[in-house]
Design a binder for this molecule. Structure first.
Ligand code: OOG
Ligand code: NI
Length: 465
């Protein structure tokens, strides 16, 4: 029988290669990684409880390699190909994000591993947006963009061929996998030669900066690669000392003892020199494609928790706003803290009140005396509930990040037009529902733990998760 390399291992080879490439393309990325590693080490040293929980739940090992990236593709065929490439690495489309609500002419999904073990091996995720030229008002420009996109090939022939081999054989051998990783990486590389002239670039840019970014280049360059910080406030504070200027506020909820969802901050995209079609380097074109970002991940929220989160964030935004140059940042942070003050900040309460998702494990491998409830097993210490890390993206946060990197002149007059059906047709698959994945992980972990503890009678008790 042929020996295949596990998709988790192919993903780790790929994310490592991507990180190496990005480090050489964007020098500040290396500085940021060093800072995040330092802050994470300090945070773990100061908080033994956090360290123990991450160790016991199997999450500590992934921290150093955990990254997310983002790309933007131009056509349905490109999105279809991206799905095939990521499938080889055990990454599948999860969630549908409609960015038109934020005035951005794209819709998106996140490619990521879906089962808990694969997530702990390496949760590498890539946010992938598809340009929606149908939302562009200038139809002649949209047609021009379409014909430019029709003429490019973003995958090497060999990458697609090997994806076909993986589909046909059910996997790749180690030699094939290594070749696949280096071929697939080509798609994400930055090219400073634009495929359009400066005049077309200017028109695309005027329609929306993002349209110029998607249409004008040979491929969907990776536009950021984000490490996971355990204390984002400390990283934000440490950035200026290492020559990096972050944006004024951290997106997402305020600082908490029991972090929820995601908090993110970014620093300005680089101005990069570009050679437009028909020009030379001396003509001096520029484009901002790439930026830096950091994030802190918290517990995944249930639908109930999500509604509470949305309400607190919406109230904050109604009462305070941050200007393009960071004006009003302090008031915003204060308002945010005020609106989130009533959000329970304790894992036990978040679990009991069904606000967040947890993962259960037994602390012994033998049956224990019959218990009357799950709470009893938890308080006796036979059962432990670990918070499930949020593995996805936030539409609001994503939009904020998009906008901060596009500048404040981003238009916001697209009529809201979610179209998950068209997105899935282009993708050639349906996207998975992220809430259902967390729910499944919670239920399955509880069933497994109760079986080990000889407590399956509790599965029919209503307080079972
Ligand atoms: C993607 C922005 C989304 C995040 O962290 O929310 C994202 C983009 O700018 O293409 O990566
Ligand atoms: Ni991001």
């Amino acid at each position: 029988m042929t020996q295949f390399l596990h998709p988790d291992e192919i993903r780790t080879l790929f994310s490592g290669a991507m990180s190496e490439m990005y480090r050489t393309e964007v020098p500040q990325y290396g500085t940021l990684i060093d800072l995040v590693n330092d802050v994470n080490a300090e945070t773990l040293a100061k908080d033994p409880e956090l360290k123990k929980r991450m160790e016991d739940s199997g999450e500590l090992g992934r921290l150093g390699i955990e990254r997310h990236g983002a790309i933007r593709v131009g056509t349905p065929e490109e999105l279809f190909g991206i799905r095939r490439i990521f499938a080889v690495m055990g990454m599948f489309p999860v969630g549908y994000y409609d960015l038109s609500v934020a005035g951005i002419p794209v819709h998106s999904t996140a490619f990521r591993p879906i089962d808990p073990e694969s997530l702990n091996n390496n949760p590498f995720r890539v946010f992938c947006s598809l340009l929606r030229l149908e939302l562009v008002e200038d139809r002649e420009l949209a047609a021009k963009a379409e014909s430019v996109l029709a003429n490019r090939k973003i995958f090497t022939d060999r990458a697609l061929e090997l994806a076909g081999v993986a589909e046909a054989n059910g996997g790749l051998t180690e030699a094939e996998a290594k070749e696949f990783v280096s071929e697939a990486l080509e798609t994400f590389r930055w090219h400073n030669e634009a495929t359009v002239c400066s005049n077309t670039y200017g028109r695309l840019h005027d329609a929306h900066r993002l349209i110029a970014d998607v249409v004008s280049f040979k491929g969907p360059h990776i536009n950021h690669l984000t490490p996971r910080a355990l204390d984002i406030d400390a990283v934000q504070e440490g950035m200026p000392k290492r020559g990096i200027t972050p944006k004024a506020i951290i997106e997402g909820p305020s600082r908490r003892k029991a972090p929820i969802f995601l908090r993110q901050t970014s620093f300005k995209a680089l101005e990069e020199s570009v050679i437009f079609y028909g020009q030379t380097e001396a003509d001096g074109g520029t484009h901002t494609a790439r930026f830096g970002e950091i994030e802190q991940r918290g517990v995944a929220l249930t639908a109930k928790g999500r509604a509470m989160y949305d309400e607190a964030l919406n109230k904050t935004r109604a009462n305070a706003s941050v200007g393009p140059a960071g004006e009003g940042a302090a008031d915003y942070v204060e308002e945010l803290a005020k609106q989130f003050a009533s959000f329970p900040d304790d894992y036990d309460v978040l679990r009991r009140e069904d606000i967040a998702f947890f993962q259960y494990r037994a602390t012994t491998d033998k049956a224990v005396p019959q218990a009357a409830s799950i709470e009893e097993l938890l308080s006796a210490g036979h059962l432990v509930a670990d918070p499930q890390t949020y593995e996805d993206f936030l539409p609001v946060s994503a939009a904020g990040i998009f906008q901060s990197n596009l500048g404040s002149d981003a238009q916001s007059n697209y009529s809201t037009a979610a179209n998950q059906g068209a997105f899935e047709t282009a993708l050639g698959a349906s996207v998975q529902d992220e809430v259902a994945l967390y729910e499944k992980a919670q239920t399955e972990s509880l069933v497994a733990a109760l079986e080990v503890l000889g407590q399956t009678h509790l599965l029919s008790v209503p307080d079972a998760a």
